[in-house]
Design a protein around this ligand. Structure first.
Ligand code: GLA
Length: 385
């Protein structure tokens, strides 16, 4: 059963009637362009076939009541909150995500109380943006209840909605992330990767049909999550801002010479500059239909994230080394790092040997088995019914 159907069913059971509608949004992998978004740079994500769905109906009393339904089918209901009274710090835990979206939309003039039932199949804690999928689906649901259909005439654009979701996450939930994940979840389309210039907001849908080239993108969810993840993300971000200031540029995207940087900042800046170049190179190859040629650039991105930006971890390095050693054309960590997932570009006829090599590398080191699956570029967020 799709997440959308499951959300609608559960809504009916909990509230005794059908929801007004169901909206859903996907998780993502980032093909390349890591830790470039908050440096005004380039990213190239695509949407996964896994989604978070929100069944929703308006409430006249101005309350927001959110319920999530986990894999075990048990609903977890957050205490209802009054949308008009929402303020950062008021709501913690998972409920901060839907509440933050209601808060930011209220400030944009879309005030509504609602019952929300949320469920999905985006692997949680795997660095595949399940929390952004949730926020984007809630945003579309609340806008939909207010009669607004982003992207249509007279309604906010999907890019505006991505900015609002980012504001909710930065200022309400308190996580200083960039624009990559929300934009991917809202704007990606099937069989394409989304080339986004974060500074200008210009987007290009670049054809990315790996299967048509006899290739697979394999996702290796390492199941590792290191406690450094949140604090180090903020630290890297602040260090990038410091480096840009020392160089006298608006953002590291603009850096052309790095020689004036102290030793602790130089490798970070070098990653950002070279990663932006790698995105442009990858996009050029994809535009030429040379999909099989992007492998070495993916692996170079991983090395840069490991050695210069220092956001990898042993589990991610192991996944990348084992995949490339067994015949993947290229591999890299994807997302923020310190755990989560890696991706590998693999010829279909080598898929089994790559999977076996990755799994046995983990067995050899007595690490918990990673979860492996194919990533097929899928549709972005929208209304299901
Ligand atoms: C996380 C953040 C994104 C981006 C990536 C790294 O996924 O949410 O904004 O910074 O890390 O590329």
């Amino acid at each position: 059963m799709t997440p959308a159907r499951r959300a609608a069913d559960k809504f009916r059971r909990l509230y005794g009637r059908a929801p007004r509608g169901v909206w859903s949004a996907p998780g993502r992998v980032n093909l390349i362009g890591e830790h470039t978004d908050y440096n005004d740079g380039y990213v190239l994500p695509f949407a996964l076939p896994f989604r978070i769905a929100v069944a929703a109906a308006p409430r006249a009393d101005g309350l927001l009541a959110a319920t999530t339904v986990g894999d075990d089918g048990f609903p977890q209901r957050a205490a209802p909150v009054r949308v008009a009274e929402l303020t950062p710090g008021l709501v913690g835990g998972w409920a901060a995500y839907p509440s933050g979206v209601a808060w930011v939309l209220r400030d944009q003039g879309f005030t509504s109380g609602a019952n929300l039932v949320i469920t999905g199949d985006v692997p949680a804690g795997a660095g595949l943006s399940s929390s952004h999928a949730l926020q984007c689906a809630v945003a579309l649901a609340l806008l939909g209840l207010a009669g607004a259909r982003p992207g249509k005439a007279g309604a906010p654009t999907l890019t505006e909605v991505a900015g609002w979701v980012q504001r909710s996450e930065n200022d309400f939930v308190g996580v200083p992330t960039g624009l990559l994940d929300q934009t991917a979840s809202l704007c990606c389309v099937e069989s394409h990767a989304l080339f986004l210039d974060v500074r200008s907001g210009v987007q290009e849908q670049v054809p990315f049909d790996a299967a048509a080239h006899g290739l697979d993108v394999l996702v290796i969810d390492t199941r590792a999550k290191h406690s450094l993840a949140n604090s180090a993300y903020g630290e890297r971000r602040r260090d990038c801002e410091r480096a840009a200031k020392l160089l006298g540029v608006a953002a590291l995207r603009d850096a052309d010479t790095l020689t004036r940087l102290p030793d602790d900042l130089l490798p970070l800046a070098r990653h950002v500059v070279t990663e932006n170049e790698r995105v442009l190179r990858t996009v050029a190859m994809l535009r030429d239909g040379a999909l099989a040629d992007i492998g070495p650039t993916l692996t170079a991105s991983h090395r840069s994230l490991r050695d210069d930006y220092r956001v990898s971890c042993p589990e991610l390095d192991l996944a990348v080394d084992a995949a490339v050693g067994a015949g993947a054309l290229g591999a890299r960590m994807t997302g923020g790092g310190f755990g989560g997932s890696a991706i590998a570009l693999v010829p279909v006829d080598r898929r089994a040997q790559v999977c076996d090599a990755v799994l046995s590398a983990y067995v050899e080191r007595s690490l918990p088995s990673p979860r492996l699956f194919r990533a097929v570029p899928s549709a972005g967020a929208g209304r299901d019914h």
